[in-house]
Every structure is written in C-alpha cells, then in structure tokens.
Unconditional design. Sequence first.
Length: 291
Amino acid sequence: MKQMRKRILSIVMIFALALSVYAMPKAMPYMTYASANYGSTQLEDYARQVAGIVNRERAANGLSPLKYSDRLSEPALVRAKEIQSSFSHTRPNGSKCFTAITEAGITYRTAGENIAYGQRNPEEVMNAWMNSSGHRANILGSNYEYIGIGVTYQNGTYYWSQFFAASSDLSGEVITLGGSTTQATQATTKATVATTQATQATTKQTVATTQATQATTKATVATTQATQATTKQTVATTQATQTTTEQTAATTQATQATQAADNNAVRQNNSTRVWVLELIKILSERYGKNC
C-alpha cells in the first residue's frame, strides 16, 4: 500500500513539473518583447502626438500626466490593426480587447480602451474622443498610470487605438504635446536657433544701415563744408571784385579830373593867346600906319 502511494505521489509530481515547464513560456512572453513597429515614422509620430494631447487635456483638468509606454503600445497597435476588419471592443476571435494586453505579457490592475477610425490626424481623433463621454472618461481617468497608442493606415483611412493601464510591469516617459520630450526639446532648440539667427541677421542689417547712415551723414557734412568753403571763396571773390571796382572807379575819377584840369589849362592858354592876338591886332590897327 505504501509503495502504491509513493508511486502515485511520484506520478503527480512529475505531471505537475511537466505542466510548470509547459506553462513557463506563456508566463514570460515579455522577455522577448520588441518595441511596437508602426511601419513608418509618421505613424509613430502621430502616436506620440496623441499621447501629448492626452496629457494636455489631463493637465487642463488638474490631472497628472500619463507615461507613454512602448510595451503598452504594442497591444494597442495590434488592436489598431484588428479594428480594420472588426470595429469593436471585442476582438475578431471573440475575446475581450484587454486580452491583447495580457498576450503581450503585461499584467494590470485596471485598464481601458479607446478606438476610432477615419480621423485624419491626432487633433481630429482627440477632438472626437473628448466629445464622447465614455472615451473622455478614459482619457481623464485618475487611476491610470500609462498609455499606449496604436495607429495604422489602410486604403486611405487611419485607424486609432488607445490603451490605458495601471501596472507594475510597465515603464515609460512623459510625452509633451507634439511628440516626445526629446523631440519637443529639439524643436524648441531649432526654433531658438532660428530666432537667434534671425535676430543676428536683423542686427547685422541694422549695423549695415547705421554704417550707411553714418557714411551718408559724413558725406553730407563734407558736402556742407565744401559748400561753405565755396561760399566763403565766392564772398572773398565778390569782395575782391568790389575792391577792384572801387579802385577802377577811383582811377577813372582821377583820370577824369586830370583830363578836366588839362582841358581847363588848354582853355586858359587858348584864352590868353586869343587875348594877345586881339591886343596885337588892335595896336596894329591903331599905330600901324605911323610905324
């Protein structure tokens, strides 16, 4: 009887060990986890922008930001692909949407899902979700810690999914509006550099304009000084001309005075000669016959 019990116990232990070995790969799928592959940088950027807008809405309502998780984005991306064929919180295989999370090796204390399709960009899909009470409740859920985003594109249509979760299996980064914190910092840095370059260009232009103005001012001063010098020279020439004119007038007056004196002397000489001749004529007429 004892040997029979030992054999049964051994069989049970071997069977239990076999079950534990068989179950081990299913209990540790996260050990082979790879980041979600969106297939394009645009879709990945859209996912991060959605996370950023979520945190903007949470901040506006006094809530702490959610951390963006690459691991949680993997099942969200799976769901974004599944809703292309079945737009429902029930998966195409009939299971609940949250099984996508557990299949990724993630355990959670609480979780929520938002899905949508047809919106053309992160702003449009977030506007649609925020205007739906159920979706808004997930976005503003105070019990969530992490967010994962799935975005796919097929036949001209975007498909969107969000997973919210509180879990000790996850880690992530806080996303700001427009992308990751690093991308936002880089964008800010680029904007700052562009502003600095524009300011430097404006400063250079201002310096060039100032230098041109100074050069124009110097040229104007030089022209004014040259004009003043010319005016002074003209005044001096005018004064010299006036002096010469005055000297000429004086000389003319002196010449005229001399000529008048000469003419007067001639007239006097002529008068004396005429008188003498007249006297001789008279004497000749009176005494000539007795001579």
